[in-house]
Design a protein around this ligand. Structure first.
Ligand code: 5GP
Ligand code: ZN
Length: 118
């Protein structure tokens, strides 16, 4: 799988072809606001390179570094926004509700959360 997939929405957001409201970016990761927020704070952390979902991660050190970068970026955004609590979730496959097949971690905050998710 190439690092950039021309038909992938989030590859196009990562490249800047499609605009997004970015709240963090670094060498590996971009965090931007969800277009259809499900909570007062709802952002998505994505890798710059194309990976379809958690199911496509490998045991390679590079993927471990990437996961640390994704969670670290969200921690940094949460600290910057003064969030006291938040939920991080990722859907894997259409059955779970995944609709964009480029790995993304949702961070939701600012309202009471139910458990388990619906
Ligand atoms: P999924 O359903 O795959 O877990 O999450 C995809 C998320 O991407 C959804 O929450 C949806 O609102 C968001 N989304 C879809 N298209 C766009 C877009 O063009 N821009 C932004 N910022 N978010 C998008
Ligand atoms: Zn992609």
């Amino acid at each position: 799988m190439a690092d950039y997939e021309p038909d992938c929405l989030f590859c196009r957001i990562a490249s800047g072809e499609i605009p997004s409201d970015r709240v963090h970016e670094d060498e590996q990761v971009i965090v931007f606001r969800d277009i259809n927020p499900r909570a007062p704070t709802h952002v998505l952390a994505i890798p710059r390179r194309h990976i379809a979902s958690v199911a496509d991660l490998t045991d390679a050190d590079a993927d471990g570094d990437l996961l640390a970068a994704l969670f670290g970026a969200l921690r940094s955004v949460a600290e910057g926004a003064g969030l006291k609590g938040y939920r991080i979730v990722t859907n894997v496959g259409a059955e779970s509700g995944q609709s964009v097949f480029h790995l993304h971690l949702h961070l939701l905050a600012g309202r009471p959360m139910t458990w388990p998710p619906g």
